[in-house]
Design a protein around this ligand. Structure first.
Ligand SMILES: [Zn+2]
Length: 161
């Protein structure tokens, strides 16, 4: 399964990237430290944060709640830190999770989505997946390609360092 995450609001942008890699990354917009810790413990999630105070809490120092202190402002650099520290896999599960809702995507046949995507997309794309929650349809179009390239760049930079 791999690790599951809860993402603090101070590193919120990491959630989308982790979902892009296919990892379960919970992000809640309005949440306080106590709730973050409670959900992390209950759902056995790794807490990602820039908050050094949370890191000093007994629940973290004792190892009951796994937490990773993320450094710097650059989202990609932050992602690199998480990928390295947690030994995440770039390849296996890319684009298996909705970027908006964190739900695992379900594969759909072309017939099922015929009326829900532009005709050109229907004609040219062989594979579609749908989010069971927001019902967004994903396919390997230009947006997807661009994200994939960004990820590949990130991987190269990670291995070169
Ligand atoms: Zn969704």
């Amino acid at each position: 399964m791999g690790p599951r995450f809860i993402v603090d609001t101070n590193v919120g942008r990491l959630a989308r990237w982790l979902r892009m890699l296919g990892y379960d990354a919970l992000f809640i917009n309005e949440i306080n430290d106590r709730q973050l810790v409670a959900i992390g413990l209950k759902e056995k999630r790794v807490l990602l944060t820039r908050d050094t105070q949370i890191m000093q809490r007994r629940v973290v120092t004792s190892g009951r709640l796994k937490a990773l202190l993320v450094k710097g402002d650059d989202t990609k650099e932050q992602l690199r830190q998480v990928v390295r520290a947690m030994n995440l896999n770039y390849e296996e599960r890319q684009f298996t999770r909705c970027l908006e809702c964190n739900q695992p995507l379900l594969s759909r046949t072309k017939e099922e989505i015929r009326d829900r995507v532009p005709p050109y997309v229907f004609q040219t794309q062989p594979q579609f997946v749908e989010c069971p929650s927001c019902h967004r349809i994903y396919w390997r179009g230009t947006h997807w390609q661009r994200m994939k390239r960004e990820l590949e760049t990130l991987v190269e930079e990670t291995t070169n360092k």
